[in-house]
Design a binder for this molecule. Sequence first.
Ligand SMILES: *Cc1c(COP(=O)(O)O)cnc(C)c1O
Length: 724
Amino acid sequence: MNKPLSGAELNELVSGLHKLSRNLWWSWNQEAQDFFYELSPRGWQNMFHNAVAVLREVSEQELRARLQDVHFAARVRAVLSDFQNYLGDQKTWCHLHAARLHQHPVAYFSAEFGFHESLPISAGGLGILAGDHAKSASDLGLGFVGLGLFYREGYFQQSIDSNNWQTEYYNPIDPHNVPLEPVLDADGERLVCSVGIGMNAVDFQVWRVNVGRVPVFLLDTNLPQNEQRFRDLTTRVYGGDSITRIMQEILLGIGGVRLLRTLGIEPSTFHMNEGHAAFLTLELLREKIAAGSNFAAAQIATKQECHFTTHTPVEAGHDRFTPDLMNYALQRFLGQLPVPFNDLMAMGRVNPANASEPFCMTVLALKFSRAANAVSELHGVVSREMWQPLYPGKTIDQVPIGHITNGIHLLGWMKGPVRTFWRTKLTDSTNGAARFFRDKFGADWSSAINHADFWDKMTDPTFVTDEELWALRYKLRRELIEFARRKLLLQNQRATQGDFIRFDHFLNPDALTIGFARRFATYKRAPLIFQQFENIVKLVRDKQRPVQFVFAGKAHPRDNDGKRFIQQIIHLSKHSELAGNLIFLENYDIHVARQMVSGCDIWLNNPRRPLEASGTSGMKTGCHGGMNLSILDGWWREGFDGQNGFGIGPDSHPDNVAEQDRVDSANLYRTLTEQVVPMFYNRDVNGIPREWLKRMRHSMATLVPQFTTDRMVKEYTNKYYLPK
Ligand SMILES: *Cc1c(COP(=O)(O)O)cnc(C)c1O
């Protein structure tokens, strides 16, 4: 008979659970998510799968009572023990390869971080990448701190009005209800720092996000002592005009460095993720000059400390500020930095002598970094060409911008049932092919999963059979379709009983399912496939070999062209012959993304080349057995080997935009009808698409271990963080 837990044991589990809930480690640990879900299934579902919110929903009394279920308590205890081991691990990759960064960490500055759907402070790919960078930094044991802003209304939520037009609304984030902790000073009071913005000293408080082993600090000016316009600075992600923008960037760059100094953190590298954080270089200059350096020496020393990653392959995408705005926003700070205003402006100009050139954050970042990189090979080529004028005397090839291709945090993106699927495979003692991994990695399946050796096994049918893989694909496709039906019902506020049944006939669980979800920036060309409308209708209506489409994505609030694309697609989904086989899911976020990248058989990507610097959503599909159908742009140009998915068109593109659209749409349709559809429906007597599965295995083996932030952060460390 089992003894009831003692009061002391209960206290320990309860406090362990509270600590765990405030560390995002649970967002990539399935066992932890399982018991938070069980504590309050509806709370979990309604409150964005958020462990903190679940523990607020469940009373202390209930929690203690539930923990008297010995099986439940045993599971909690096992996860808490894994969590402690994770936090205390002294044998990480960085302990072996980059131990000196523990004393002097990398300070990673980003205007957005996308960690989890409960903390929606990211607008898209840039933020998701930053969040995944932090998670892998934690897994690898890197000396790392993140710096960002706490937007209390986050990024907008999307709803669609009766004209199929996107409208935006904001849900205030309650910091006490999400995985955040206030940062306190030595006396246990809220830590408050200050930064000069405009003519004012603006105070800010700080929230700490625990991302496994690493902290990310989010700055927040919403304090009663600040004027309202400064309190509002951190309300929304990119929510304002250029005045708000420059002030947010002063807070992030200059405020971020001030915070690190207050906390006694002495970074070895200041990594600017995109130009938004580049004002940090001015604060480093100021510090050095205040400590007695002359300007030239301070400049050299600052440059030694900084690294810059550029993400934007279009000129117009780089932040630029007029001299008036610079003068206005930096007024107080300029009183502390003994550099004439014209010299300051020159730091952000390609041609320092050109007084009519605005101040460009990317130029500042490039001038004050010891190294810089783009985010894919092709983006490296484009960036070197774009910034060549900044390096007179150097040829394009000599422009010092390298590249590290982006990745994803694999376990974070893997859907629950897929984590369980691979874990079961790895720990199945009857599977001879899995023994290798147990010998090599012991019980730690989570590091095996990042290993190329594991994904190499995908081509071995004794490790996993076609039948198992096909069963998994069916399960994931069905889960997406049921998710979509439920969501369509919720989206349609005037739904009646009849709609309930109607929506349950939307989408076909046997049909080839093609997904497209991303920001509706026009260069991503969401409606491209419908240029061949009559042909697409034929594909969708084909009784033997039907195709269906799931779309999602947000347009920037001021991007009416993007909103027209959304309107056009929703209109088709309601009023054309595609109705029921083309759907649009509202409010694309991390959760919707995870449903889609796992459930779709094909992930469609058709940007105008070379504007997709890298793209990451396609990387999320591989571990779920989905495959990419994509233009050879960004990461896919490197990933595609002819056999591990599907390419649209050749590795080149016409310069003329209209011509490119026409050619790409024809190539897209051709690949779809000549390769994708026939292969998916080519079945053996048992209904298994052998050739499709062969390609899928090859996709997993070649792409999944390559396009991770595990690989990416190691590359940053070896190439940029360690050498100095
Ligand atoms: C992955 C992801 C992105 C980035 O995807 P791209 O392929 O770069 O467009 C954007 N938003 C969300 C919610 C994501 O999950």
